[in-house]
Design a protein around this ligand. Structure first.
Ligand SMILES: *Cc1c(COP(=O)(O)O)cnc(C)c1O
Length: 355
């Protein structure tokens, strides 16, 4: 049976990227040596590194003065890289979920942290507004898409201080004005590749402003100056990222992805709103186009396990909601096809007709 993959991350990847990865494991770039076995100092590998950065720059229209880095450690390690490199006295954080909260927790090790607003009081079902960003903060940190709760900041915020964004789960899903951000980071395993590589888009002029000593590997300048080749980069994960970015470009780039993502999200949210058995958990205007969270309606609470089983029998994979929200979550990242969303919608309709 065909599986419809809605995993939150790692998650579905574009089939062409998977096929190229399989071929490259056997033979990288006609060298007769597989990509898992090459030295990262192989001349052909240089090309993949620079093409990967170039693809990022093209796809997101990244202006001059920015560098794209490929590091290890996942987005969670960036929670400490960011304050280590940027926090002199004080930083501001918007707390829109547990990832945002974890990021702020690390920053507290380095200085004063002001939480400008939090939606924890409502289990992060909305994005707070109406807060003030302190002008004396070294930076303002946001999480643009809250993977667990299915909320998303849909616009590029104006910030009086350098804006830092964790875009792990919505990068490349919609156009972003990179010039409004000082730093953007994320784990690749949601929209741009497999687990194992972390992307960092950094405006070079924000670096070197703190007084503390920074360990070599945690100092962004090390990786800027060595084009992410100071030490062994996550070679295979970067290769698959390269192929994933090529796929995005071939399909028409981020604008085209955005159109498809809007169509998928609309299809699924419309069904959630129409179907008497389900309700969405996020405030409507803050709904994420990447992670769609919903639960059983009050009078059908006892049918949750039955729907899970029903969906599983029809090939749905990974729709169990995060334990802190419960219910269901369908992650409909770039590589998730409209047909899979349609299959889930059909499944919800069919389930409803049984009651
Ligand atoms: C998945 C995720 C993380 C954690 O990423 P790791 O690479 O596992 O550390 C952080 N922030 C957001 C928004 C995420 O979706």
């Amino acid at each position: 049976m065909k599986k419809h993959i809605f995993n939150a991350g790692p998650c579905i990847l574009p089939q062409p990227a998977i096929e190229s990865a399989i071929a490259a494991i056997r033979d990288f770039d006609g060298t007769g040596v597989g990509v898992l076995e090459i030295s990262h100092r192989t001349p052909g590998w240089d090309r993949i590194m620079s093409e990967t950065e170039q693809l990022w720059k093209e796809l997101l229209n990244i202006p001059e003065g920015y560098k794209v880095l490929f590091l290890g450690g996942g987005a969670s390690t960036q929670f400490c890289y960011v304050p280590f490199n940027l926090l002199g006295k004080k930083a501001a954080y918007l707390q829109t979920g547990v990832w945002a909260k974890k990021a702020a927790k690390e920053a507290k090790l380095f200085g004063e942290v002001e939480i400008v607003a939090s939606s924890e009081d409502a289990n992060y079902t909305y994005i707070p507004t109406g807060y003030t960003i302190p002008a004396d903060a070294d930076y303002f940190h946001i999480t643009t898409n809250n993977t667990i709760y299915g909320t998303e900041i849909h616009t590029d915020l104006d910030s009086p201080v350098p804006l830092v964004a964790d875009m792990s789960s919505d990068i490349l899903s919609r156009p972003v004005d990179v010039s409004k951000y000082a730093l953007i980071y994320g784990g690749a395993q949601k929209n741009v590749g497999p687990a194992g590589v972390t992307f960092v888009i950094v405006r070079e002029d924000i670096l070197g402003k703190v007084d503390r000593a920074i360990p070599t590997m945690i100092d962004y300048r090390t990786h800027v100056n060595n084009s992410s080749m100071f030490n062994t980069p996550p070679v295979f994960a970067i290769y698959v990222m390269h192929e994933t970015l090529k796929w995005v470009k071939e399909l028409g780039g981020v604008e085209a992805m955005y159109k498809m993502n809007l169509a998928k999200a609309e299809l699924l949210y419309n069904e959630i709103d129409r179907n008497k058995m389900f309700v969405g958990t996020a405030r409507k205007e803050d709904r994420s186009i990447m992670n769609v969270c919903f639960v059983m309606a009050e009078e059908y609470k006892d049918k949750e396990a039955a729907f899970m089983e029903f969906a599983k029998e029809r090939g749905m994979v990974g729709i169990k909601g995060h334990r802190s929200v419960g219910g269901f979550r369908a992650s409909i990242y770039n590589a998730c096809p409209l047909e899979s969303v349609q299959a889930l919608v059909d499944c919800m309709k069919e389930f409803e007709s049984n009651y």
